[in-house]
Design a protein around this ligand. Structure first.
Ligand code: GLU
Length: 421
C-alpha cells in the first residue's frame, strides 16, 4: 500500500476520537497517536559462509492501559519502523475490542526469511529476542507470530528468554508448539473467528448459512480454516483464489480436498489447476470479489477493495481475514450499499484471543480442552461483533468506525481511571 500505515492508523484514531467528541479530545488524540516506546535493535549474525551480516529489528509498544503489550513479530523485507508502529497501534484496538486484558505491541525484523538457512534463522531469532529481552516479560510484553514467523521461532524465543531469566517463562511468548504448552485450537483460531464473525453478520443481513454462497480471495492458513468452518456449517464455497488465479464451481468446492490437492507432498500447486473446478481463471486473483455470493472473505493482501471496484461487489456480508483489504473510500461505498462488514481487527482477532487463552493456561499450569478453547473464542467474537453493531446504531457510522469507537473508548476509559488523561 502506498499510504504510510502509521499515517493511516492516525487518521482512523482522529476520526473515531472526533465522533466520540471527548471534551479533551486533543489530549486523547495526542496520547493515542504515538506509541509508548519503539526499540530499534541491530543484530549482527554470523552467516553460514562465515561473514557477519547486520539485521535491523524493532519492537513497538503502543499502549498498555488495559494490560501488557501484546502482538506478533514479523519477518519481512518490507518491515519498517513506521509499519511496526502502526501495527502495534492496531493491536491496542484489536485487543480492546476483543475484550482481552492486553495492550498493543508489534515487532519485526527487516529480512527475507526464505533466503536464510535454518541455522541462520535460529541465530537471528535468538539474537532478536536477546536484544528485546529487557522490555518483554509475561507481565510486560508478550510476543507471538505474525507474517513469516511460526511456532518453531516462538520455541526459540521462549528458550532464549528462559535461559536469560533462569526458569521456564512459559507466558512470555504465545502460539508456541503444543509440546511446549501451546494451546489447542491456536492453529485454526484466526479462521474460526472470521467464520463466526461472518455467521453473526449473516444473521444481521437476514440470511441463513445453510446453502449460503461464499467466495474467498487467498487460501493461506486463515483463509482455508475460515471456509472449512463455513462449509461445515452448511455454506457453499464457490470461488477460491491464490496468487496464481481463481478456481470456480457454482456447485461448491470442498475446502479440504482443495487444500490437500494444493499442498500435495511432492509439490506446491495452485488452486487454478484444481481438477474439481468448473472454471479456471489463470492469473486472475480478483475474480472472487466480483462473484454473485452471499459472503465474501478477503484473505489475501491489503488494498484489494478500492473505490474503483467496490461497486462490482455483490456480497451481502464481508468478513475480513486479511489486514487492511478495504480502503476507506471503498468502505463508504460498501456501507451505502448496505453490506454488513466485519472489519479486519474485529474478524481476525481469533489468533490473539487464543494467544490470550494460551497465556492464561500457562500461568495456571493447566491445559483446556479443544472444545473449551473454541467455545470461549466464539463467545469473544460474538460479543465484539454485537458491541460494534450497537455502536454503529448509536453513532450512525460505518462498521469499521463503529469498531474503532468501541475499542478506543475502552482504552480511553482505562487511561482516565489511571490518571493518564
Ligand atoms: N499476529 C497476530 C495478530 O496480529 C497474533 C498476535 C498474537 O497472537 O499476539 O493478531
Amino acid at each position: 500500500m502506498s499510504l504510510d500505515p502509521y499515517e493511516m492508523a492516525k487518521t482512523q484514531i482522529r476520526k473515531a476520537v472526533d465522533i466520540l467528541n471527548y471534551p479533551d479530545k486533543e489530549n486523547v488524540y495526542a496520547r493515542l497517536s504515538v506509541p509508548d516506546r519503539v526499540l530499534e535493535v541491530y543484530l549482527p549474525i554470523k552467516m553460514d559462509d562465515g561473514t557477519i551480516k547486520v539485521f535491523v529489528g524493532y519492537r513497538s509498544q503502543h499502549n498498555n492501559a488495559l494490560g501488557p503489550y501484546k502482538g506478533g513479530v514479523r519477518y519481512h523485507p518490507n518491515v519498517t519502523k513506521h509499519e511496526v508502529m502502526a501495527l502495534s497501534t492496531w493491536m491496542t484496538f484489536k485487543c480492546s475490542l476483543a475484550g482481552i486484558p492486553y495492550g498493543g505491541g508489534k515487532g519485526g525484523i527487516t529480512v527475507n526469511p526464505k533466503a536464510l538457512s535454518k541455522g541462520e534463522l535460529e541465530r537471528l531469532s535468538r539474537a532478536y529476542f536477546r536484544a528485546i529481552a529487557p522490555i518483554v516479560s509475561p507481565d510486560k510484553d508478550i510476543p507471538a507470530p505474525d507474517v513469516y514467523t511460526d511456532p518453531q521461532i516462538m520455541a526459540w524465543f521462549f528458550d532464549e528468554y528462559s535461559k536469560i531469566v533462569g526458569y521456564n517463562a512459559w507466558g512470555v511468548v504465545t502460539a508456541k508448539p503444543l509440546e511446549l504448552f501451546g494451546s489447542l485450537g491456536r492453529i485454526y483460531s484466526t479462521g474460526y473467528g472470521v467464520a463466526v464473525a461472518a455467521r453473526e453478520a449473516a444473521k444481521v443481513a437476514g440470511f441463513d448459512l445453510k446453502g449460503a454462497t461464499v467466495a474467498i480471495q487467498g487460501y493461506g492458513n486463515a483463509g482455508y480454516y475460515t471456509v472449512k468452518f463455513l462449509h461445515e456449517w452448511g455454506a457453499k464455497i464457490i470461488a477460491v483464489s491464490d496468487s496464481k488465479g481463481t478456481a470456480i464451481n457454482r456447485n461448491g468446492l470442498d475446502p479440504d480436498d482443495l487444500r490437500n490437492w494444493k499442498h500435495n507432498k511432492s509439490k506446491l500447486r495452485s488452486v487454478v489447476d484444481y481438477p474439481g473446478a468448473e472454471e479456471r481463471l489463470e492469473g486472475d486473483t480478483m475474480a472472487p470479489l466480483y462473484q454473485e455470493v452471499d459472503i465474501l472473505i478477503p484473505a489475501a493482501l491489503e488494498g484489494q477493495i478500492t473505490k474503483d471496484n467496490a461497486d462490482k461487489i455483490h456480497a451481502k456480508v464481508i468478513s475480513e481475514a486479511a489486514n487492511g483489504p478495504t480502503t476507506p473510500e471503498a468502505d463508504e461505498i460498501l456501507n451505502e450499499k448496505g453490506v454488513v462488514i466485519c472489519p479486519d481487527f474485529q474478524a481476525n482477532a481469533g489468533g490473539v484471543i487464543v494467544s490470550y487463552f494460551e497465556w492464561v493456561q500457562n500461568r495456571q499450569g493447566i491445559a483446556w480442552t479443544e472444545d473449551e478453547v473454541k467455545r470461549r473464542l466464539e463467545e469473544k467474537i460474538v460479543s465484539s461483533f454485537h458491541a460494534m453493531r450497537e455502536a454503529k446504531e448509536k453513532y450512525k457510522v460505518d462498521w469499521r468506525t463503529a469498531a474503532y469507537i468501541v475499542a478506543i473508548d475502552r482504552v480511553v476509559r482505562a487511561m482516565r481511571l489511571r490518571g493518564w488523561l
